[in-house]
Design a protein around this ligand. Structure first.
Ligand SMILES: Nc1ncnc2c1ncn2[C@@H]1O[C@H](COP(=O)(O)OP(=O)(O)OP(=O)(O)O)[C@@H](O)[C@H]1O
Length: 265
């Protein structure tokens, strides 16, 4: 029998080409990024991993139009980041949540929809859907100060997802949380990825976190920030907590860690 195998090229969703970023101060310049190039494909989870000061956040801010490159180019779905931002293609989640204290959980999630002029009914329906997705339906009337750090971060994720952006940018979103909460949120994020098919670009300095969550890890080295290595993590699509106990998981951690301790680094 003639079996035709169809292979579809993965769609490039984010493309970073030869990017340099130099911060010019009064009396000195800092080259934060030098000749950085990579692609992120649709539905991929890619982590940017590296030591403090290697330019991870700068790179994320360049991709989300919060900063401009000194040279090189970045495209999101074939357009520049500014266009992508204005078209609401980018959801951004930071390390510290920026929830509004005077709005309850549901009202916080409704905010981007309100800004976009969506009707009250649409706002409410979407917020309820997002609350369900992050498992906070019971807490919709609570105010941010009444929630734990992990719950607040889940509200921030729900809010970032409310306009259904295809790409989520997450800048060390769980680094302020305790280990138990962090591991729970890793599973929540896997579930969100499975249900929503988002592309996720995740900044972290935790090797186990990067290995557990990512399809690929881009390791940056510092001063100036350059791509040191790229690792593919073949631990399957739907990752369960037990993966953390497997040899493959530890092997990936060892492999990634070893590149931080190479001679001369
Ligand atoms: N606005 C700025 N002005 C001047 N220098 C900056 C600015 N933002 C970042 N830098 C410098 O650029 C380099 C990269 O910083 P960046 O915050 O991107 O690193 P990072 O890898 O995200 O670090 P961390 O893990 O500590 O958050 C650092 O040397 C930093 O001091």
């Amino acid at each position: 029998m003639d079996v035709k195998l169809e292979y579809e090229e993965p769609t490039v969703e984010v493309s970073v080409r030869d990017v340099d970023k130099v911060f010019k101060g009064k009396d000195k310049e800092v080259t934060a990024l030098k000749q950085v190039s990579f692609n992120v494909h649709k539905n991929e989870v890619v982590s940017l991993l590296g030591p403090s000061g290697c330019g991870k956040s700068t790179l994320l801010r360049l991709m989300t139009d919060l900063l401009q490159p000194t040279s090189g180019s970045i495209s999101i779905e074939g357009n520049d980041p500014k266009y992508a931002r204005l078209q609401r293609k980018l959801g951004i989640i930071f390390q510290t949540t920026t929830l509004f204290e005077w709005r309850n959980v549901k009202e916080n999630i409704e905010l981007p929809l309100e800004i976009m002029g969506k009707s009250k009914r649409e706002r409410s329906e979407t917020a309820l859907e997002m609350l369900e997705l992050v498992g906070l339906s019971k807490f919709m009337k609570q105010y941010p100060r009444q929630l734990s750090g992990g719950m607040q971060q889940r509200v921030a994720i729900a809010r970032a997802l409310s306009l259904d952006p295809p790409i989520l940018f997450m800048d060390e979103p769980f680094s302020a949380l305790d280990e138990f909460t962090k591991e729970k949120l890793h599973l929540d994020l896997m579930e969100i990825k499975r249900k929503t098919k988002k592309t996720i670009i995740f900044v972290t300095h935790s090797i186990p976190e990067a290995v557990f969550l990512s399809d690929r890890i881009i390791v940056l080295s510092a001063h100036p920030g350059r791509i040191h290595s790229i690792f593919e993590i073949n631990l399957g699509y739907d990752r369960k907590p037990e993966i953390r106990e497997t040899k493959e998981f530890f092997d990936y951690i060892t492999q990634v860690r070893s590149c931080f301790y190479e001679e001369g680094d």
